[in-house]
Design a protein around this ligand. Sequence first.
Ligand code: TYD
Length: 145
Amino acid sequence: MNKLLYDIHNCCVVELPRIHNPAGNITIVQNGQHQLFGIKRVYYLYDVPGGSERGGHAHRSLYQLVIAASGSFDVILDDARNKKIVNLNRPYFGLLIVPGIWREIVNFSSGAICLVLASEKYNADDYIRDYCVFKETKNLYVDRS
Ligand code: TYD
């Protein structure tokens, strides 16, 4: 299946393993122990000023797992036909975002940390940053399928 054919229903929240400890919990994401994708890059957003919005793009082939490592935020997922909003507010839940999905991240709580595990190293050519181009690209593939 062409990755640009994915829709928002292919994005899902996964519960990550937790090791409880009265002195503080641990959550682990390890290649080979989940069926999501191989992790090649990790980055995180922090010091996000109140009212800021991040994202505002889609990826052609990148898979990502987005985790609210601290605090909370909303992720708006859009496949050019349907939208859904996912609130992330626990460090043991990850939102799988497949390729071909426009995402915006909004409503960051104070001190929120958005941790992202990604399937590929950074590649500027993998981004679609223009919403009109995104819609046209999606419609092209959906109409052909
Ligand atoms: P971008 O992905 O647009 O951020 P967001 O979606 O969170 O708003 O990236 C912002 C800038 O950082 C952009 O100039 C590209 C750069 N960047 C890298 O150089 N490497 C990376 O791994 C990431 C995620 C971004």
